[in-house]
Design a protein around this ligand. Structure first.
Ligand SMILES: C[S@@+](CC[C@H](N)C(=O)[O-])C[C@H]1O[C@@H](n2cnc3c(N)ncnc32)[C@H](O)[C@@H]1O
Length: 236
């Protein structure tokens, strides 16, 4: 996969969980995107912007790298150090209160962050769809439940995730939450193929949160969870 060329970036300083670049790579294999630098992609909840960098390099777009916990100045300095200052625009906004222009983005991606703020019906149509241009594509990957365990995350995952266990939902939940809307042409959710490798690459960073996750991998994470892919295409 194209992601393998980025191995040197998979460090404790850059990763914030299971390898987000590998998840994005799988989404782009399934739904290839190609842009010019004049075209804009929003990376919502980008963290350190690793997925933003991959997106800019692999699709050609200019990427607006938006995050809440990581400050704009911190990402600006990182993007400059990566030699990507001209193609990555750091933004510090809460995803529930975005203030972009209507139809501003050709695509939106969100990897390992959408479950923090978007698990309510109506959120997608109200807070995301207006910023995507007609015909634009949305690609999302979230950690969630295998379809067989959808709705059981609090009963099964609380020893690992505490009061954040409810955020882990299956493909059926996410399809319902995306909902139907006259401007949605196509929407699909599914269990992604990627699983063990993104987790192993996270563990290999030695990050203290990775060590905590590793303790639950065999008993909870592998048996019950999956990464859920979400694809939405806006009507032309
Ligand atoms: C586990 S990190 C993943 C970061 C990055 N996407 C990656 O995969 O490396 C989750 C991210 O979600 C972001 N996030 C959570 N709530 C948010 C909100 N309301 N608005 C914007 N970003 C949010 C956090 O700032 C954090 O960087």
């Amino acid at each position: 996969m194209r992601c393998d060329r980025y191995q040197s970036f998979f460090t404790a300083d850059n990763l914030m969980g299971p390898n987000s670049v590998r998840l994005l790579d799988e989404l782009l294999e399934e739904y290839p995107l190609r842009f010019s630098p004049e075209q804009r992609v929003l990376d919502l909840g980008c963290g350190t912007g690793l997925t933003s960098m991959f997106m800019a390099k692999e699709t050609g777009a200019t990427v607006y790298a938006n995050d809440l916990w990581v400050k704009e100045e911190e990402n600006r300095a990182r993007f400059a150090a990566w030699g990507m200052a001209d193609r990555l625009i750091p933004v510090h906004e809460d995803a529930t209160k975005l203030r972009f222009d209507r139809d501003m983005f050709d695509a939106m991606i969100s990897i390992d962050s959408y479950h923090y703020f978007a698990g309510e019906e109506g959120f997608f149509a109200e807070k995301i769809l207006p910023y995507i241009r007609p015909g634009g594509t949305v690609l999302i990957a979230v950690p969630g439940m295998k379809a067989a365990y959808d709705g059981q995350s609090e009963a099964l995952l609380t020893p690992w995730l505490g009061d954040e266990a409810y955020m882990f939902r299956g493909p059926g939940f996410w399809r319902r939450v995306i909902g139907a809307h006259e401007e949605i042409d196509e929407a699909r959710t599914w269990e992604m193929k990627a699983f063990d490798l993104p987790w192993q690459e996270w563990f290999a960073t030695g990050h203290r949160f990775a060590i905590g996750d590793m303790a639950h991998y065999d008993s909870l994470i592998r048996p019950y969870t999956a990464f859920v892919g979400i694809m939405v295409r806006k009507r032309r």
